[in-house]
Structures are given as structure tokens and as C-alpha cells.
Design a protein around this ligand. Structure first.
Ligand code: GLC
Length: 567
């Protein structure tokens, strides 16, 4: 009897310990005892693996390269890395055409290299997020090879096959977002298959429960290998109208590929997407994982749909509306921030990624670019929400598009030249130092290293207290330790100011004020202290000479002031 009791006690202690361990993993604590899921306080960092760090000098980055830079990322203040697709792939769309979801492309290493990266990341408390290409596979995936082999293949219905309207006529007018008809004729079985992206990326048929089962299992497989979540690629495009109605034409004319301007009414954002997201979320919940979405929403009402009712879909749908504010306009940013702040879930901020021209070029005026890079960092890293940094943004990397069509690697750039130059410009190798090839590789980099590596690189910027990199480090360090920045509410102040964007982050009486001069002229901004119940402001981090006098702060052109308020 005594022995049994002892065993019960031991089991009870063990179960308490494992509960505590699980809790420690899921939540971090604010001073008031409130707990937050880990991804709300984490800073995410997107790595384009081809371009980050090349350990074997073949000119292409790899997993061992990423592992060798974990200390850099930790020191920067990164808590989670999202690695763009690193699975086996013919690389037509540089990994977004997956031929095996449960392996690593030999170009990036092996599963053993992945395990090594995962264990090294874990030692540093860095989560790994993989990129799950859910809408389509590669045309070289075994599922598709089987599907196209015959009309009675068990995999036939895993993709979308249809008869043409007549000889040489596709089933409807849908055009691929990467140019040309979205239907490709396959003479083996005399039918067309559907592809929203390249013809080498056939769309999966998510109406088939077998597809759903297989894809959900892929996520389980990686969760069990230590992955903390996924960025879900192109979720808008998962479903199509089963009746294949023609899409309306938005306006006359032709796009860069010579196609009509179609409204994707019948092949994007169908309501069925949400059933799948709810299902993927249920699996994610079993593993305390996070789902980030590539969600191109027209407004916040649409964004809310991706959070789901009662937040049961994506925890972090990316807010691309924010990236569409393409000028330094306080009024525009105020509007977007307020909209997202009022959304039904936790905001997710990005200012750049592997498909978007870098922020350095979108906002830079050619003269104050570094100062503007710091201003943008101060913005997206101090808002209420989770920021995702695109590699190289932290050193002020510039978009460097190819100048000749024959140098373009991204197929859309070759096809749409010169109107569409493709996405090579924002995917150039990471600039680590001023040695040859910016320390990225001793081989020939797959894309040329931009000449700016001489002035903008990790090694040199680490030695310069005024660099963009040091500014990122300081802001990230502050946001990890300041409760108002972690959990405080967002409140716009001085909203009529046309040049300076200012807001408060308030948490239980503690407050931080952020004032950003978005103009090329010195400005003085009202901090609305008294109206908000505060007496004075003390500088936490500022660029250039900024001074607080009473209610006002003076800011240099594109100057930043982040201050703590006292009562
Ligand atoms: C997403 C990716 C993009 C890719 C496309 C097709 O938009 O971000 O890089 O080309 O999906 O997978």
C-alpha cells in the first residue's frame, strides 16, 4: 500500500513538472501574471535560404550556413526563423514548387542537417518555422506524376483536370498570375490541368479528402521533428469554383505578360479556405504551434476572416495593407495601424519580403536612406503585434534588380521584361562583411552581390554605433524588456500632424511614446502628455539630436524619438 502511495506521489510530481514545462514553452509572463502565447512576444525573421549563408561554397546558401549564423540572430534579438521552402524541388520557383514535402533539398543539405539546425536553434531558444506550400506541388511530385499518367490513376483527382471547351480551347478564361492561361493541356490523357502559378506548379484539389489528409500529415511529420509552426503559402488560392465560371475582366488593357486584367473572383478567396485553415489550426494546437498566413487581404474585414471566429484559424495572418503604404505618410500609416489594431486578432507586421521591393527603396529618398531605414524599424518594431523582419532589412540592404533580361533568374522577370523584372532584386545574397562576395560564399553566388556590400554589411555595421544594424539591435533589445512595448495598448496621438507620426503604448500606467518625423525637414511635435495623464517624457532611444521641452519634442529630418513617460 505504502509503495503504491509513493508511486502515486511520484507520478503526481512528474505530471506537475511536465505541465509546468509545457506551460513554460507556451507562455511568457507579464508582470501582472497575464500569460501570452510565445509567438505574441517573439520577433520573427524570414530567411531566404538560397541567399543567407553558403557553407559549402557552391554559390547557394544552405542549412549549415543558417546554423552558423544562429549566434548572430540571437544577438540581434530574433526568437523565431521562418525558412522559405528548403524541400526537394526542381527550383522552377526557387523552392515554391515542392517535389517532396518530407525531405530537404540536397542543395540545402540533409535531414540530419535540419536536425542539427533544429537542436542548435533550440539551445538558443529560437523557434523554427517552415514554409508550407499548400496550394500546389511541383509537376515532378510523385502525386502529380501518377495523376497525369492516366485518367484512372488513384491520384487523378488529387489535382484539377478538365476537358477543354473545344480543340485548343482551355476550360475557361482564367489566367495564371505568372502569365498565360491557367490551364495546361497534357496530351497523355487529352485533358487540361489547372495551375494558378507556373505550369510546373499544378494546383492540388483540396476538395479531395485524401489531399487534405496527406497535407495535414505533412504538418504533423514536421511538428514531431521540432518545427514550431508554418508560414502558409498562397492560402487565398486553395479553392476554385467547381463550375469554372469565367472571371470578369477588371478593366481594358493588358498586364506585363500580355494578359487581360482579370478579377480573380472565381479562383481566389473562396469560403472553403476557412474549413481547411480551421483544420490545420486544430493540428497546430496539438503541438503548440503557430500558423502565419500569406494573406493578401483587401481590408481588415477580410483579415478578420483569416483569424477565424473565436480566433480558430491563423494566429498571425500577415497584414500586407501595411506594406502597401508606399510613401512616408503619417496619415496613411495612422489609418492602417488603427484598422489592424482594431482587428479581431493579434496584429502581424511586415515591411518587406522575398516578393516585395525592399523597404530601403520603397521609402528611401536617395539621400537619407539609412535614417529612413531606422525610422521604419522604429515603426514596425514598436507597434502592438508581432513583427517579421526580412533578412538584410536590419543592415539596410537595397533592392538590386538585374539590368539585362539575360541575367534574370526569376522566370516572371524573363517573361514580363522590361515591365516586370522579377524578384531577383530583393533576393540577393546577405551582406556579412566587405570581403569578396560579402562573405556569403567563396564560390560564385547564384545572384550577384550588390556593390552596396562595401558600405552595408554586418561586420562593419557592428562596429558603428550609428549604423542601421545597431539601431535594430537597440530597438529589439528594448522591445524584449519593456512591458509597454510588449503588451501595451496602442493609442494614436497628435493625429492632425501631417509630418510626424506619434503614438503611445500604454500598459498598466506605464507608457512609451514613439514620435517619427516622416519628413525631410526638422519638426516639433506635440506629445499630448497632459491630455493622457502624464507629466514628462524621458528619452529611451532617439536618432540625431532630439529634445523634449515641456509637451513637445523636436526631431531632426526623419528623426526618431522613443521615450518613457512619467506621471
Ligand atoms: C507565394 C510566394 C512566392 C511564390 C508563390 C507561388 O506568393 O511568396 O514567392 O512564387 O507563392 O508559390
Amino acid at each position: 500500500m505504502k509503495k503504491t502511495l509513493r508511486w502515486v506521489a511520484v507520478l503526481w510530481v512528474l505530471s506537475c513538472l511536465s505541465w509546468l514545462a509545457a506551460f513554460a514553452q507556451t507562455s511568457s509572463h507579464a508582470a501582472d501574471g497575464e500569460s501570452h502565447p510565445w509567438w505574441q512576444h517573439a520577433v520573427f525573421y524570414e530567411i531566404y535560404p538560397r541567399s543567407f549563408a553558403d557553407s559549402n561554397n557552391d554559390g547557394v546558401g544552405d542549412l549549415k550556413g543558417i546554423a552558423s549564423k544562429l549566434d548572430y540572430l540571437k544577438d540581434l534579438g530574433v526568437d523565431a526563423i521562418w525558412i522559405s521552402p528548403c524541400f526537394p524541388s526542381p527550383q522552377v520557383d526557387f523552392g515554391y514548387d515542392v517535389s517532396d514535402y518530407e525531405n530537404i533539398d540536397p542543395m540545402y543539405g540533409t535531414l540530419a542537417d535540419f536536425d542539427f539546425l533544429a537542436s542548435e536553434a533550440k539551445k538558443r531558444d529560437i523557434h523554427i518555422i517552415l514554409d508550407f506550400v499548400v496550394n500546389h506541388t511541383s509537376d515532378q511530385h510523385k502525386w502529380f506524376l501518377d495523376s497525369k499518367s492516366s485518367r484512372i490513376s488513384p491520384y487523378r483527382d488529387w489535382y484539377i483536370w478538365r476537358d477543354g471547351k473545344g480543340p485548343g480551347q482551355p476550360p475557361n478564361n482564367w489566367v495564371s498570375t505568372f502569365g498565360g492561361s491557367a490551364w495546361k493541356f497534357d496530351s497523355t490523357t487529352d485533358q487540361y490541368y489547372y495551375h494558378f502559378f507556373y505550369p510546373e506548379q499544378p494546383d492540388l484539389n483540396w476538395r479531395n479528402p485524401a489531399v487534405k489528409g496527406a497535407m495535414f500529415d505533412v504538418t504533423r511529420w514536421w511538428y514531431k521533428r521540432g518545427v514550431s509552426g508554418f508560414r502558409l503559402d498562397a492560402v487565398d488560392t486553395l479553392f476554385e469554383d467547381p463550375n469554372l465560371q469565367d472571371n470578369p475582366i477588371n478593366h481594358p488593357g493588358k498586364n506585363a505578360f500580355g494578359d487581360p486584367f482579370e478579377q480573380n473572383k472565381y479562383n481566389t478567396k473562396l469560403p472553403e479556405v476557412h474549413d481547411i485553415l480551421r483544420g490545420l489550426r486544430q493540428v497546430a494546437n496539438e503541438y503548440d504551434a503557430v500558423l502565419i498566413g500569406e494573406t493578401w487581404t483587401a481590408d481588415v474585414a477580410e483579415l478578420n476572416q483569416y483569424y477565424g471566429k473565436g480566433n480558430n484559424e491563423l494566429q498571425l495572418p500577415m497584414d500586407f495593407l501595411f506594406t502597401m503604404v508606399n510613401k512616408l505618410s503619417p496619415a496613411e500609416f495612422r489609418k492602417q495601424i488603427a484598422a489592424v489594431d482594431a482587428a479581431s486578432g493579434w496584429p502581424t507586421f511586415v515591411i518587406s519580403n522575398h516578393d516585395i521591393v525592399r523597404s530601403y527603396d520603397r521609402y528611401g529618398d536617395g539621400k537619407h536612406n539609412d535614417q529612413i531605414a531606422k525610422l521604419m524599424a522604429a515603426l514596425y518594431l514598436t507597434l502592438r503585434g508581432t513583427p517579421i523582419i526580412y533578412y538584410g532589412e536590419e543592415i539596410g540592404m537595397k533592392t538590386t534588380p538585374p539590368t539585362r533580361q539575360e541575367d534574370v533568374k526569376d522566370p516572371i522577370g524573363r517573361k514580363g521584361w522590361p515591365k516586370e523584372k522579377g524578384r531577383d532584386g530583393e533576393r540577393t545574397p546577405m551582406q556579412w562583411d566587405s570581403s569578396e562576395n560579402a562573405g556569403f560564399s567563396q564560390g560564385t553566388p547564384w545572384l550577384p552581390v550588390p556593390p552596396t556590400y562595401k558600405t552595408h554589411n554586418v561586420a562593419d555595421e557592428s562596429k558603428d554605433p550609428d549604423s542601421v544594424l545597431e539601431f535594430y539591435r537597440k530597438v529589439l533589445n528594448m522591445r524584449h524588456t519593456n512591458e509597454a512595448l510588449l503588451d501595451g495598448s496602442y493609442k494614436a496621438i497628435n493625429e492632425s500632424d501631417a509630418n510626424v507620426l506619434s503614438y503611445l503604448r500604454v500598459y498598466r500606467g506605464q507608457a512609451v511614446v514613439v514620435s517619427l518625423n516622416m519628413s525631410g525637414m526638422p519638426q516639433t511635435a506635440d506629445l499630448d502628455l497632459k491630455a493622457n495623464g502624464f507629466k514628462s517624457a524621458r528619452s529611451l532611444l532617439a536618432t540625431g539630436k532630439s529634445e523634449v521641452r515641456g509637451e513637445e519634442v523636436s526631431l531632426e529630418p526623419y528623426g526618431v524619438f522613443i521615450g518613457e513617460l512619467t506621471k
